[in-house]
Design a protein around this ligand. Sequence first.
Ligand code: PMP
Ligand code: GLN
Length: 390
Amino acid sequence: LLAPDGQVRATIFAEMSALAESTGSVNLGQGFPDVDGPASVARAAAQAIADGRNQYPPGPGIPALRHAVAEHQKAHYGLDPDPDREVLVTTGATEALAAAVLALAGPGDEVLTLEPFYDAYAAVIALSGATHTTAPLRATPDGFRVDLDALATAFTDRTRLVLLNTPHNPTGTVLTPDELAAVARLATAHDALVVTDEVYEHLVLDPGVRHVPIATLPGMAERTLTISSAGKTFSFTGWKVGWVTGPEHLVTAVRTVKQFLTYVSGAPFQPAVAFALRDPDVAAWVRDLAASLASRRDRLCAGLEAAGFGVVRPQGTYFVLADSAPLGFDDGAALCRALPGLAGVVGVPVTAFTHDGSDVDRALRSWVRFTFVKRDEVLDEAVARLSRLR
Ligand code: PMP
Ligand code: GLN
């Protein structure tokens, strides 16, 4: 979180997007779509502004959105949160994560994540004063998978919280029922709570793979907070509307912190997201998005392989991890800084998602994360440019 000079670091995404901008590179770094979500949803937000829904909304979120989130959890997963007591609207998943960690963990506690991990986790765990422990994901022929032995030893009697993420950024792993069962068993045995980041829940890219919320496992609903967001599902990443669902006492703790982070979340976006969650045409649009992302994943994976990278095919999310070692590079961070000059492309070093010096950090030192949530012609241009690295 802090650079050696004591300054708070810019996030890797801000740094890499600025580099893409200043060098005119193709930006496959930060994950955001280059095509907006459904026009009907955008119109709903514009209508809400025109209708004067522009002052502070209720702190927990407008009732229509809390009900829509509860209905979504029921329809997709058979979970049944009470919209008045067990659903909280937040300013993106980012605020939900921050408020949950700040509410539930502090000095003396350990918060366990997979490694690599989404960068905000390390920052917010540091802000809470808790210690960040990790369990590795390792490259296998079946994608990046949880090392179950290392997972078991990562739990201690100080593990207060497991901060899970599936589908997983940056690896694209969708955790299997066996992996989830192992986490559930260990969390229960160590009496740890689970906060699960499921922002890519609808972006699962293979027919045989299914997203399973850990809250649906036996006994887990009572110790789990589930987080998601409109950004990824509906391709409106700039709207920053997220939510958290779970048992009343845990949601209340998160709401208490949320009051002092943002107080409330953007009024006119909330009715629009409620509409998006309920509208059948928007649901069909989301299914089409997942299908089109699968084909773009295939396109980028094939292109990266042809360009000489080693690629582990992701099962979900916006991202693929590619190893630059076969091209003769050993430092992904150095490569990402040089890549605009070498090829006119921006990616994110996977070491932005690891602890310095950890075994995962060493194993993934030469790896780069590229996003495929871009139009085909953008992906093709990036691949053509990356082909010059050979
Ligand atoms: N979690 C993960 C794993 C993400 O990749 C992202 C962002 N892209 C977020 C949380 C943040 O979501 P939001 O924009 O809704 O705050
Ligand atoms: N989640 C997106 C990514 O991983 C971007 C998030 C951000 O910019 N903070 O690229």
